[in-house]
Ligand binder design. Structure first.
Ligand SMILES: [Ca+2]
Ligand SMILES: [Ca+2]
Length: 376
């Protein structure tokens, strides 16, 4: 009968309307939305972290090793609900030649077939290897007759090992869940600090099953030791949330029998309020993602503290990176209002819902989070 006619507003009118709505929602709301701190309150689609890997030696589970390596390890949240988060994870490892060094870096592998594969650009052998296959590798290594070198291949740098995959994390247990609903490891990049006592000497345990060894990490808040760098990307942190274990023997590593590779020793430092992993406090960093996806069972570096550390983090919708959501972030979204990718005002980071336009949905997201402080 009557066609419903929606008056077309100019962009400027729309922006005015939206900002008015926003201001109303901000200043007339009775209760701030984010007044309570709860576990992983900072985790939203688009939240991400980027870790840098300094100069290191990697040990693989079939006795190969790479030296030296550098690279990065990053994740970005795709979806999150009350119980689980889905994250895109990317790991890039580069075997490189140190500046000033005469020889290239290398991966040393035991088994001539790997040389042929590597020569063809196929590095697919760098992955988690079942234990029974490892025994065969060890037999090769233990040959002491001349010609040993035949069994050991040295693949020269540059070598790039990259993988991108999704992981599902159970936010209650920090377990990594596969498509069958089975746990395949622990997401060691997080520990929920809100589960643990804020003060005192009470020690809680964070249990990981790593290479058939149960690793009990003691977790508590503490001031950093004197050797610790306290200046982080979050600024100076005077109190860390720490998870550590004394060296424990691991059967798998013992069987490999390499000196200095038989103990698990971890000391992981987390930002105390969010539980975001900041860096590995000792020389080694390990987690189930590296082990199960790449077969990495040992890391070592002498380049501490630049070894494995958080070098960038993005909280949604903190656009200017000051770890809080305030009028500056509102302004940043409003500035890009109604823009799409071909617009000079386009700001992809302000497109929180990834629908390729900055509109009321993005304004709503920043309004909902207004007043949030991610890091004190
Ligand atoms: Ca901000
Ligand atoms: Ca959008």
């Amino acid at each position: 009968m009557y066609a419903l006619e929606i008056p077309k507003l100019k962009k400027s009118s729309l922006a005015y309307f939206s900002v008015t709505l926003l201001v109303a929602s901000l200043f007339f709301s009775v209760q701030p939305v984010n007044s309570a701190v709860y576990s992983f309150f900072w985790l939203k689609p688009g939240t991400g972290a980027f870790y840098s890997l300094g100069s290191a030696v990697l040990g693989f589970d079939d006795h190969g090793y790479a030296n030296p390596v550098r690279g990065n390890y990053s994740w970005i949240c795709l979806e999150v609900n009350d119980t689980h988060a889905i994250l895109d994870v990317e790991v890039n490892i580069e075997v490189f030649q140190r500046p000033g060094w005469q020889n290239p870096g290398y991966i040393r592998y035991f088994g001539i077939e790997f040389l042929e594969m590597a020569a063809a650009g196929d590095l697919s052998f760098i992955k988690r290897v079942p234990m029974d296959q490892v025994v065969g590798r060890i037999e090769l290594i233990n040959r002491t007759t001349p010609g040993d070198e035949y069994y050991a291949v040295k693949i020269p740098s540059p070598i790039i090992i990259s993988q991108k995959f999704s992981v599902v994390v159970d936010l209650d247990t920090m377990e990594l869940i596969d498509e069958n609903g089975e746990a395949w490891g622990k997401w060691a990049l997080w520990i929920d600090p809100l589960k643990y006592p804020l003060e005192g000497n009470t020690e809680e345990l964070f249990i990981m099953d790593w290479l058939n060894t149960t690793v009990s990490l003691n977790v508590k808040y503490k001031a950093p030791p004197k050797s610790m760098v306290i200046d982080t990307i979050f600024g100076e942190i005077v109190r860390y949330f720490v998870a550590w274990c004394d060296p424990i023997e691991n059967d798998f590593l013992l069987e490999l029998g390499v000196q200095g590779m038989t103990d698990i020793c971890m000391s992981n430092y987390y930002e105390p309020r969010t539980g975001i992993f900041i860096w590995a406090g000792l020389f080694d960093y390990l987690d189930d993602v590296l082990t199960q996806k790449f077969g990495i069972i040992k890391t070592h570096t002498s380049a501490w503290p630049d070894f494995f550390y958080l070098s960038d983090v993005t909280f949604v919708p903190d656009l200017n990176g000051d770890y809080k959501v305030d009028i500056r972030d509102v302004t940043a979204v409003a500035t890009a209002y109604a823009s799409t990718s071909d617009d000079p005002r386009w700001n992809p980071e302000a497109d929180f819902d990834h629908n390729d336009i900055i509109n009321i949905r993005d304004i709503t997201i920043v309004a909902m989070e207004f007043g949030t402080t991610f890091i004190e």
